[in-house]
Design a protein around this ligand. Structure first.
Ligand code: FES
Length: 219
């Protein structure tokens, strides 16, 4: 290696470095931040870890992204000793989002109320609903029937869900047709267009478990 070649080599290092710095943003721009859509995580149903395992397998021909629960909410049946016993809870749900964080987390407030009577198997009956009013999204209350007049409803025969914003009242014992399906929580007064969104629930080993919320938005 002669002296001239050596000097050229030394001088070319900063030139090549500057060129690499100039080109690298364009190369980075061409590389996707988030992998293609995949449903790997939904099959295992384990919340956040599932989102982290979504690593680009599956490609374009996969089912649409669906919200996923963060964890089950469960109650001991002994917490509902008599009809109209109730509990409040919040249900965590994650939705896939194409951002740095990769998901959006929401907390949905709910009521679970023991209803009078039992089902065919002799188990107590329950209603579990989102507390977010289907009218304009206020959080509604569960009230004694004597309080219904304060919500402009004068024919109350049992306890009710009632919204303080525009006085919608929902009857947990009566159902209403929503898109061909009977839903408990009929609107008996006020402007709400439908019963509150319901939660899916099961009873296992003396526990009431809330597993999912009705699809289609939170209110
Ligand atoms: S938001 Fe509940 S009645 Fe309007």
């Amino acid at each position: 290696m002669n002296r001239r070649f050596f000097l050229k080599l030394i001088l070319s290092v900063p030139v090549l470095g500057a060129l690499a710095l100039f080109i690298s943003p364009f190369v980075r721009f061409l590389r996707p931040t988030v992998g293609p859509i995949t449903q790997t995580g939904l099959k295992t149903g384990k919340g956040l870890q599932d989102f982290e395992t979504w690593n680009g397998k599956g490609g374009l021909f996969t089912p649409p992204d669906m919200p996923e629960r963060e964890s089950d909410v469960s109650f001991d049946l002994s917490e509902f000793p008599s009809p109209w016993s109730f509990k409040t809870f919040t249900f965590g749900q994650k939705s896939r989002e194409y951002s740095f964080k990769q998901f959006q987390s929401i907390r949905i407030p709910g009521f679970v109320v023991r209803l009078p009577g039992t089902d065919e198997g002799g188990m107590p009956k329950f209603i579990a609903v989102s507390r977010i009013c289907p009218h304009m999204g206020c959080v509604f209350n569960f009230i004694d029937k004597e309080k219904a007049v304060e919500y402009n409803y004068h024919q109350a025969e049992n306890n009710l869900f009632a919204c303080p914003c525009h006085l919608s009242v929902f009857d947990p014992l009566r159902d209403q047709n929503v898109d061909g399906e009977r839903k408990l929580g009929k609107v008996v007064s006020g402007p709400a267009p439908r019963p509150p969104r319901s939660f899916e629930k099961t009873i296992e080993n003396g526990k009431l478990i809330i597993t999912a919320v009705e699809a289609g938005g939170i209110s």
